[in-house]
Ligand binder design. Sequence first.
Ligand code: MRU
Length: 361
Amino acid sequence: MSEKMKTIMDYDTVALDEERHALAIIDQTQLPYRTEILYLTTQKEIWNAIYLLQVRGAPAIGVSAAIGIYLAAREIQADHFEEFYRQFQEAKDYLDSSRPTAVNLSWALKRQEQVVLANRERSVPEIVEALHQEALNIREEDIRVCRAIGENGLTLVKPGDGLLTHCNAGKLAAVKYGTATAPMYLGQERGYGFRIYADETRPLLQGARLTAYELQESGLDVTLLCDNMSAAAMRNGWINAVFVGCDRVAANGDTANKIGTSLVALAAKRYHIPFYVCAPTSTIDMETATGGDIHIEQRKDYEVTEMWYERRMAPEGVKVFNPAFDVTDNDLITGIVTEYGVAKAPYKEAFEEIFRKKMKE
Ligand code: MRU
């Protein structure tokens, strides 16, 4: 009898394979057609996997970077701290250059750098072991944090609600639960019977390929929409709340998320539907003042003109605008759901309060 074909539910999105000394990821470019696990050992392989979106979503990128820099540190040949630190910084800068918008990437790398500096009096193997432990901590923390976001998000909705999401801020964008999907998964555990609407998310279809897939695999009631259908769904009265993830939150509460998110927020405002952004505190960047200061990744033309189709779908030579993310202005956001509670405007003060709570832990 043939073994049942394995799906994403059988694997972790991001993990450290201790035997292979590898970053193990589900190759998200192959989903939903094929569940293939990649074992990445070199800096170049890990850089490419992030750049090519084989692993994507802000928290998953952060965890991959934390594990990636540990694996890079294992390879460093140095018999004194200064040489080790020089090579560590080189690897850190390299991994940090793989994608620009999700702050979790540099957040995780900086956190690992703090581990190196705090252990500078110790031997190189001891520093590497400290990086190993911190990579595991960052991964475990992601599970706890996403679950707490789910609990806080669940207080904002009621059983039977219709919830709309854009892109994939799900299990596939984190280690488990996701951020925007965490209230959906926790609601499912408690029999809330949500109706979920997933925008397909042009141009790379993370909503169709990943969100619709993971929610359906988990047994949730999910309906797929093309991006330009979400206002119609809202007008039909199907949507009670929007939950999206984000790649960076600026100090004033502007947020960057997958391209198209701001249109969803505008439509939600028109139809008086609460619009919530789910973000772990690792995604809040108090050093970025406003959404205008967020570096928005621009991607290749072919993603718009030909990818996913056998033939071109646009004329040769046409000019293309292909930003990966857009900024949702803070006045369109009802609340930002973190692991420490729901922040509401004025955001700067709300975030200071949230970071005070975090410091007390
Ligand atoms: O380009 P992607 O697929 O990495 O974009 C991902 C998103 O925009 C997610 O919504 C965001 O990273 C939050 S994931 C919890």
